[in-house]
Design a protein around this ligand. Structure first.
Ligand code: COA
Length: 250
């Protein structure tokens, strides 16, 4: 499926997936998840794609899941439509090709947890990364209940997931998330250069190395466990109240 809000391009072995909904802070709709999932799964069988690069337009990398979509799911309004978020999460966990992210601005929710599924992350020093699942009456997704404590330590991960404390880009290297924190204007070029460099490496050796470094069965199992709980929480009174509060802010 396609979405105007995900721009797909390729160059020199790098497939670039660009969030392109800046007027909504790159909040991710069902159609956007579908376009991302399709592109990542197709890349698996495409020998010309050697690395995948996530980029974004505007001042937000992504404000996370579109809250109108959450609210519509919670109310049952879009129950008949296939949901693509699970396919996107699975595509990232199963990806055999390296995933690189250029986080030029703030990120929320899945805009943060997807970074923990990436192999290289370059972030703006000024970026502010938050995972406010609990404030929305929800629970962590994308295996972040494993990946965040594993990378940052329990205390720091719980401050983000439990208290909703932000991680600033300038602290993201020390937190084990990012490879470099850079002036915003330099982030995309640095990430792109890393993706091009990966695209020139021996592909099979790279594939095996990535596979050795990731415990996919454990990540998939946790992701599925979280997804079932997340789906339950979407229907909760806590979540519905939080969605309504966001949607009626003005
Ligand atoms: N879902 C749907 N729309 C979103 C959105 C989201 N996750 N995040 C931002 N938007 C929309 C806003 O509703 C607004 O639309 P409008 O101009 O039609 O009113 C537009 O994007 C700009 O957002 P705005 O809130 O005016 O920008 P801001 O800079 O003041 O705040 C955020 C940006 C991201 C901090 C704020 O929008 C926010 O908290 N969004 C929700 C993030 C979230 O909880 N995501 C889910 C995580 S699980």
């Amino acid at each position: 499926m396609s979405s105007d809000h995900i721009h797909v391009s390729r160059d020199a072995g790098v497939l670039e997936l660009r969030f392109n909904r800046p007027e909504k802070k790159n909040a991710i709709t069902n159609a956007m998840y579908g376009a991302l999932a399709d592109a990542i799964f197709a890349a698996a069988d495409d020998g010309d794609v050697r690395a995948i690069l996530f980029t974004a337009a505007g001042d937000f990398f992504s404000a996370g899941n579109d809250i109108s979509d959450f609210a519509a799911t919670a109310s049952g309004a879009i129950v008949a439509e296939p949901r693509h978020v699970g396919r996107f999460l699975e595509a990232c966990v199963r990806a055999e090709k390296p995933l690189v992210a250029a986080v030029q601005g703030h990120a929320v929710g899945i805009g943060v947890t997807m970074l923990f599924q990436c192999d290289l992350v370059y972030v703006a020093e000024t970026a502010r990364l938050t995972t406010p699942f609990i404030d929305l009456g929800l629970v962590p997704e994308n295996a972040s209940s494993i990946t965040m404590p594993a990378r940052m330590g329990h205390a720091h991960a719980f401050a983000m997931l439990g208290l909703g404390e932000p991680l600033m880009g300038r602290d993201a290297v020390a937190a084990g998330l990012a490879n470099a924190a850079l002036p915003e204007a330099d982030v995309e070029a640095r990430a792109r250069a890393a993706a091009y460099a990966l695209a020139k490496k021996p592909a099979e050796a790279l594939r095996i190395t990535k596979a050795l470094m990731r415990d996919r069965p454990t990540l998939m199992a946790r992701m599925q466990e979280e997804s079932a709980l997340f789906a339950e929480r979407l229907q909760s009174a806590e979540a519905r109240a939080a969605f309504a509060a966001f949607l009626s802010r003005r």
